[in-house]
Design a protein around this ligand. Sequence first.
Ligand SMILES: NC(=O)c1ccc[n+]([C@@H]2O[C@H](COP(=O)([O-])OP(=O)(O)OC[C@H]3O[C@@H](n4cnc5c(N)ncnc54)[C@H](O)[C@@H]3O)[C@@H](O)[C@H]2O)c1
Length: 374
Amino acid sequence: MTNVPPLGIGIIGLHEGRTLLKAINLPIPAPVGQAEEVRYRAPHVRVVAACDLNLQKLDEVRADDPAVFTTPDYAEMLRRDDVQIVAIYTPDAFHADHILQAFAAGKHVICTKPLVNNMADARRLWAASRGTDRRLLVGQSVRFFESFRRQRAAFEAGEVGALELADAHYIHRMDWYYRKSPWAANATDWIFLGMSHPLDLLCWYLGPVAEVTAYGAHSALASAFQVRSPDICTVNLRTVDGRLGRALGHYGLHELPSARNALELMLYGTGGTSLAQYHDMRYLYTRPDGTEAREDTLYALRGYAFNNEAHGMHYGEFASYAETFALALLEGRSCAPTLEDGLAVFAVMEAARQSIATGQAVAVPPILEEIQAG
Ligand SMILES: NC(=O)c1ccc[n+]([C@@H]2O[C@H](COP(=O)([O-])OP(=O)(O)OC[C@H]3O[C@@H](n4cnc5c(N)ncnc54)[C@H](O)[C@@H]3O)[C@@H](O)[C@H]2O)c1
């Protein structure tokens, strides 16, 4: 779309939120040795306002872009007419409150993963979504990472045939995260905070889930930081149409990244197999003759994806989902993952949490029904 003024974004929560701001308002760095050409990642959006309780973070944002209005008061940001989309990057437990306030102020919403982390908030969100025409995009960043986009495009073109099994993991040592964000240890659960990535991927490919069995355990690292929830999880699921998915999480491990990237998704289909990786931005797949092919876009796209910090922050994915959402809003379309998609993934995560707690298989449809009962 050309000649349309960009939609204004107001961000709340300025750690990952600052990444979104830099990804959108600052140009893509030119490749080393090439002439500087000013190009933005997301031309249909512009960050116009930013909010955080931490005043130092507001100073940092003004240093990034002095034109951005800053405030520690969320209500003040919500009153601004130049904010059409609110982007939420506060700790998991605050997402529902911040979404509901944004809807009440007439704003569209981008909410980072996990959409919510408890049944009461899922119910409140479902009820609110029935009474608003505002749209929401769940910021499931992995879906918007180049290797995963390529895998999806090939899947939709039929290159793996009918999907029979999907296998995803997210593994990442988190001592640095507990030091930066103590709420990760005591105010959420890894089944939501970490497993939202692989479980979203499984739901995206496999569709409605019938039943989940899961196990959880505490790593030595989790015990050292007095982490409330298990930080090692295995989840098996069966879909309504009888296919299988498997997800693994480990947040206290010693990483071996050349063997296993932090995030991977394997698809096993009747016509082929494919693998997408994060951080390495590799996409591997079988050709029709059975040979293996490999695409590696990391260095070609490191300016867009990582601001030239070869394995850096989430600039590319965040800008990509903001741009995709803005285009959908401007064209009057909805855009996945929607609020309903997010609640379906939440129901799978909640089933896994219950299965870990009880040692029993847990059916997913009754959880969704309970959410939709409001
Ligand atoms: N790949 C991804 O998409 C990705 C990656 C990391 C984190 N996340 C998600 O992003 C969210 C934030 O994670 P983080 O690592 O940036 O956390 P963080 O603790 O570093 O930052 C949260 C910020 O929110 C601010 N805040 C808290 N309450 C507020 C309020 N009421 N009003 C204004 N500001 C408030 C805090 O001051 C802090 O600056 C979490 O939900 C996390 O799960 C997503």
